[in-house]
Design a protein around this ligand. Structure first.
Ligand SMILES: NC(=O)c1ccc[n+]([C@@H]2O[C@H](COP(=O)([O-])OP(=O)(O)OC[C@H]3O[C@@H](n4cnc5c(N)ncnc54)[C@H](OP(=O)(O)O)[C@@H]3O)[C@@H](O)[C@H]2O)c1
Length: 331
């Protein structure tokens, strides 16, 4: 099969299109013919991991060390990136009972990756579900990563109906899903923060207000929020506190050790809290998301699609920071 392979860390040019062995499903696995795979933050980091210092990695040092060994210290071990995909089941292993050949599915392989290819094997109990009937493969490929992360993280902050939520990083993979889930699933009032190119996109997702972080200080509007969801963890708890309500939560999907200590402290002291969490998506999340998509509560906005052969171009475009929606590779 054709796959986009990389043998050394570096710029998008490290990608090469190669003929590699087509995977064969084990008894409990499903072989998927991939139709589309989205380009996400994790792909960009993994492609260039050797040049990502612990400081640039938005997580505690120990996570950087673990991830660096997991992906390969000097050279990549996982040669095929891409983890949020949509496709068609080609064959199933003999013990698979919940899926059948020809079924259209979408899913998430997490750190196992493997999506920039014509075929992929995933265990039946992996993060996989029947594709929403009202989405194309390209649209569906975007959904698994962002929505499952956003859903689980918002639950960690025990989001409630009617709450006011500020989402910093609202145009990204997790943020764009968080805007829609907060607004249409949790019935909250959303303000989104992103750069200039993404403002219209975030507004169209359902944010009541949008703030451009390049021209405005989003914490100086005088507004107070029940939840401030900082996707990249660029802010600080002390800075956000004045914009949190009395029992408000500063929620982070990326965090350093200092914020973990603050979380521990605020869990003891009460009042305004900081919550940092690593989440592991579950199959049930994707099944719920499929239902929300079919009810029209979640949509995905594709900015650009690239053919598999142009995966390097897709990464270059993602890295310009000018995307207004998602970048997808069509296989
Ligand atoms: N906790 C977990 O379990 C978990 C799981 C997966 C990922 N993560 C973390 O989530 C992060 C990736 O999230 P993602 O995939 O949504 O990333 P992404 O797609 O790259 O989006 C990043 C967002 O942050 C915005 N942004 C960039 N610089 C900013 C600044 N200085 N101030 C405010 N906003 C800024 C971007 O806006 P513009 O593009 O408009 O500039 C964009 O909306 C990573 O740090 C990763 O470690 C955590």
């Amino acid at each position: 099969m054709k796959a986009i392979v990389y043998n050394e860390y570096g710029p998008p040019e490290v990608f090469q299109i190669k003929e590699v062995e087509k995977p064969y499903p084990k008894d409990n696995e499903i072989l998927i013919r991939i139709r589309a795979v989205s380009v996400n933050y994790g792909d960009i980091i993994a492609r260039n991991f050797k040049n990502i210092s612990p400081r640039e990695f938005n997580m505690p040092l120990v996570f950087w060390i673990l991830a660096r060994f997991g992906f390969g210290f000097n050279k990549p071990i996982k040669k095929i990136l891409g983890n949020s995909f949509a496709g068609e089941i080609e064959t199933i292993g003999k013990d698979v009972i919940h899926f059948r050949e020809g079924e259209l599915v979408f899913g998430y392989t997490g750190e196992k990756m493997g999506g920039y290819a014509e075929y992929l094997c995933i265990p039946e109990n992996g993060i996989i579900a029947v594709k929403p009937s009202n989405m194309t493969f390209e649209e569906a490929s975007v959904v698994p990563y962002g929505t499952t992360m956003a859903l689980n993280l918002l639950k960690k902050a025990t989001i409630q109906k009617g709450q006011k939520v500020l989402i910093i990083g609202a145009s990204g993979g997790i943020g764009s899903s968080a805007v829609q889930l907060a607004k249409y699933y949790f019935d909250s009032e959303v303000t989104g923060v992103c750069g200039t190119p993404g403002l219209e996109f975030v507004k169209n997702l359902g944010a009541g207000k949008v703030i451009d972080y390049t021209t405005e200080d989003y914490l100086h509007s005088g507004e107070t929020y029940d939840i401030i969801f900082d996707i990249l963890g660029k802010g600080s708890f002390s800075h956000c506190k004045k914009s949190l309500k009395e029992t408000g939560v500063y929620l982070l999907s990326s965090f350093k050790s200092k914020k973990l200590l603050q979380m521990l402290w605020t869990s003891i002291t009460g009042g305004k809290k900081i919550v940092c969490a690593l989440v592991t998506p579950k199959t049930e999340d994707l099944v719920l998301v499929k239902q929300l998509v079919e009810e029209g509560k979640i949509k995905s906005v594709i900015d650009r699609c690239f053919p598999l052969e142009q995966t390097a171009e897709a990464h270059k475009y993602y890295e310009t920071g000018n995307k207004t929606g998602n970048v997808v590779i069509k296989v």
